[in-house]
Design a protein around this ligand. Sequence first.
Ligand code: ZN
Length: 439
Amino acid sequence: MPDRIEEIRAYLNRLFPVCRSITGPGNRETLKVLQEIVPLEIKEYPSSRPVYDWVVPPEWSIREAWIKNPDGQKIVDFDRSNLHVVSYSRPVSGKVSLAELENHLHYRTVLPRAIPYRTSYYREDWGFCLSYEDYQRFFRKEGEYEVLIDSTLEEGALTVGELLVRGDSPREYLISTYFCHPSLANDNLSGVVLTAFLARELSRRKNNFSYRIIFVPETIGAVAYCAHNEAAMKAIDCGFVITSVGGPGRFGYKRSFDPEHVINRIIEQAFQESGIEYLVYPFDIHGSDERQYSSPGFRINMASICKDKYYEYDFYHTSLDNLDFVKPEFIEQSLRLYLDVIGRLDDNLVFVNQQPHCEVMLFRHGLYPKSGGGMLPGRNTSEELDIILWLLFLCDGTASLWQVAEKTGFDFKDIVRVAGMLESRGLLKRIDERMTNQS
Ligand code: ZN
């Protein structure tokens, strides 16, 4: 898919420099660019409004930020990297002593060339981030340092993007990504770009189910989205938080909270059939927006397929998580895996037998071998006949095709194919009800 790889590369290059946060103009700009890929609806949730136990914060904008040394030379400059400023820093302007300034400097000694990523969303503060090498080089002189952060925190809005892809059934799967990080490539520009291309692919194909695809700032955006779409979100059974999909390291997936849930099993099947080695990260209470979607009020089983999962790689949340580390080829590979998994999930229909009283007279429907008596149960060569019989037996409107496959041991894809054939003959009918007790 060289064309798609080149498209992904172009969007990575355009979106990487944008200064995003949990609110602000960089977020709108990002969604506007993504609208070239898919017709996202942009929604704004006003500042200061409560959303469950939270309040939508003020909107943050930043124009300029720097530190000048006692000789008047700029030694840290937001223009060179938006990671240099602690995200959500309040405005500041004036001269400070080195001792005072030290309280507002962030660096990491273990990765001395990397600028760390820091935020201060819920405590009013200001700060600068820089590499440990620069810290050692530029902050030796005693004296007054001049600092400027030309930012504003004002009433405004929190911006989210949404696309609803309608399938035959109104029952939805959730696909969510977060776009609140500034110039950081794997966590999570890779997830943002993958989600936009995934949305485009899903919009182009015919789906059995519907897909609610959302771009939200992490945590507060997911909380606000749930609060504004509570009924729709409560009706969703499972989905994906898409993040960290473009690193050079290994594939892996974070399980949803119910390890037996079909979404986890389908992901493992897709990995195994594609021959990709993968790591399994059990569900834990940290992580990303699954913390909101899986909370008791929603209980959506959310899984994440990653390539270099957040927390797990050395460059995580530093300036080294850049476009030298992330490659469009890796994102495209992750995209194909997501499309495979979602395709299987989309095939996982629930059917009900239209002739539930006693057996269907298979011969009448052209489904039985020409002569009787020649086959022994379980030993005949016609596996298809067994699948037909099991489907007609198990499809009472409660079992999904995945459950039929697990109960019978037949290949899921064969079950799907035969179920489609029985549907076309009017013997099975799909139902839209929310699947219960999926496994
Ligand atoms: Zn992050």
